[in-house]
Design a protein around this ligand. Structure first.
Ligand code: A3P
Length: 302
């Protein structure tokens, strides 16, 4: 079924989620052709939950013995150009990418829900790092991001909010997306690492350490003592990445999108400045019901 609003991106209901209509052929090609390797790492997330942050952290962790942070490609490339999306970049226009020159371990990303991942990701020993964030901050973040495009500038926060309440936003419903990765991470903790944006904002260090172990790049005692984790945390912080020229004035290599809107405020609880109490209550009622019994909770403030 087709679903489109004047200013919002067109969505198609596909394999149990709302897929950006233009990505459907890409998703099909990805599912048909992608062959996961056992040491692949896949970063998965719903848009605006901290994907850019997760990409810069994972890239820095994996490549720390190849470059020092001052020589890191992250200084001159946006994280999204270093860690490509399956559905938006690699399988763009339904093409089949050539991975011959990509050295292992490979680092990929996706916004797709778990059920839409290529079967070989699920069957292989490849690993998935998932980041989740409280949905009210996600709504506000998404609205800022989408309306930063001039042709979508008049998409209202209300429309964005209503979409989320109906579960009809891109890659949504939100609750299905988080709950499925949550379930996989509880059942297979060696397969899926589930991180929360709020916990990482509070104190990134233990989560960076956990990520590194999970990804197969644990920090040595010497690295711990030398403060390598703190250095990575600082380097990947919003304030550092936001100030890099490439992220202030650049555009992504794979699309005409500007890099600046990926870096905004990065706070927990910014939604209180945008959503009314009654809107918050209405959303929480739906959301709490969907999550009830799952053991999954989100912090709305720190
Ligand atoms: P806000 O709009 O609330 O500021 P994504 O990367 O999934 O698109 O999510 C974007 C959100 O993450 C934005 O949130 C953005 O500011 C925030 N963000 C980007 N880089 C970050 C970083 N290095 N650390 C913390 N938050 C970051």
């Amino acid at each position: 079924s087709q679903h489109s609003k004047k200013h919002a991106p067109a969505l198609t209901h596909f394999q149990g989620h709302w897929c950006l209509s233009q990505l459907v052929p890409n998703v099909i090609s990805f599912q048909k052709h992608f062959q996961a390797l056992d040491d692949d790492i896949v970063l998965a997330s719903k848009p605006k939950t901290g994907t850019t942050w997760l990409k810069s952290l994972a890239f820095s962790i994996m490549n720390r013995n190849r470059f020092t942070l001052s020589d890191s490609p992250l200084n001159s490339s946006n994280p999204h150009d270093l860690v490509p999306y399956f559905e938006m970049t690699l399988y763009k226009d339904g093409q089949i990418p050539d991975f011959a020159d990509v050295s292992s371990p490979r680092l990929f990303s996706t916004h797709l829900p778990y059920q839409a991942l290529a079967e070989s990701i699920k069957q292989s020993n490849s690993r998935i790092v998932y980041i989740a964030r409280n949905p009210l901050d996600v709504i506000v973040s998404l609205w800022h991001f989408i309306t930063s495009k001039p042709e979508r500038a008049d998409w209202t926060l209300e429309e964005c909010f209503e979409q989320f309440c109906r579960g009809e936003e891109a890659y949504g419903p939100f609750w299905d997306h988080v709950l499925r990765y949550w379930k996989e991470s509880s059942e297979k903790p060696n397969k899926v690492l589930f991180l929360k944006y709020e916990d990482m904002k509070e104190n990134a260090k233990p989560h960076i350490r956990k990520m590194a172990e999970f990804m197969g790049f644990p920090f040595s005692v010497e690295e711990e003592t030398a403060g390598v984790i703190e250095e990575i945390a600082k380097f990947c912080s919003l304030s550092n990445l936001k100030d890099l020229e490439v992220n202030k004035t650049g555009t992504l290599a794979a699309s005409p999108r500007q890099t600046k809107p990926f870096f905004r405020k990065g706070e927990v609880g910014d939604y209180v400045n945008y959503l009314s109490n009654s809107a918050v209550e209405r959303f929480c009622k739906i959301f709490d019901e969907k999550l009830s019994g799952s053991g999954l909770t989100f912090r709305m403030s720190l």
